[in-house]
Design a protein around this ligand. Structure first.
Ligand SMILES: O=P(O)(O)O[C@@H]1C[C@H](O)[C@@H](CO)O1
Length: 223
């Protein structure tokens, strides 16, 4: 354990020294905690987020199992692996197929069936924007045209780093609101998002806990 703590603190020191002249690299802010998970032996990462529905067949309160993501910040050089030089965790120019593990998605669907949640569960593509402001009607329509089913402000960078260093990932988005696709619709409202999250928290918790119980070599059957 002592050696592990030493190597973690060494990693923090090495990585936190990264910076370019005008801003710290995104790498340390996202990758470090994920690399600490890796060093602690974590094999599977679950990520959840609140997202706005873009797909008109979705409704508020739906749970979307994330099949893939589009990272808008990542497309504009804000990639969590920027400045990455330590091949200890993975190659420098990686391809990252199947970011969201297909086996975990199949497991999710079998648990959804047993919990009777089928009617409110989807599977689709999450697009992550930088935030913190909500986007305009034109941006929401653009994101839908890009193939996204819902839009959030987190998950993509930590998933990228986790997959890069060999941690399996499962992601789910709670559709807390429907993104306004017409200018005469009410704007996104954070209070509505919090309320939906409150209402659906128990179902999300049941799904995640039941999945964790069934992960291979997991002895949490008592939870
Ligand atoms: O932490 P997440 O991404 O779930 O938080 C969502 C996105 C925004 O931060 C906020 C919008 O209300 O909730």
């Amino acid at each position: 354990m002592h050696r592990l703590i030493n190597s973690i603190s060494l990693h923090f020191k090495k990585v936190s020294s990264f910076s370019v002249k005008d801003k710290p690299l995104p790498f340390p802010q996202v990758a470090m905690p994920v690399h600490v998970f890796k060093m602690l032996g974590v094999e599977t990462l679950f990520v959840t987020n609140a997202a706005g529905g873009l797909n008109s067949s979705y409704t508020i309160g739906d749970i979307m199992i994330v099949k893939d993501h589009i990272s808008m910040p990542g497309l504009t050089t804000d990639n969590p692996l920027t400045g990455f030089t330590n091949e200890r965790f993975g190659e420098q120019l990686p391809a990252l197929p199947e970011l969201y593990d297909s086996g975990l998605r199949e497991l999710a669907w079998s648990v959804v069936g047993e919990l009777g949640l089928q009617k409110m569960v989807r599977e689709g593509t999450l697009v992550q924007v930088g935030g913190p402001s909500f986007d305009t009607v034109s941006v929401f329509n653009m994101l839908r045209r890009l193939g996204a089913d819902c839009v959030g402000m987190s998950s993509a960078p930590e998933v990228t780093v986790a997959r890069h260093c060999g941690i399996r990932v499962f992601g789910l988005s709670l559709v807390t609101d429907m993104a306004p696709m017409e200018s005469d619709l009410p704007p996104t409202n954070h209070q509505e998002i919090l309320q939906t999250a409150e209402v659906r928290a128990r179902d999300v918790q049941k799904l995640v806990c039941e999945m964790i119980k069934r992960l291979p070599n997991n002895n949490t059957s008592s939870t």
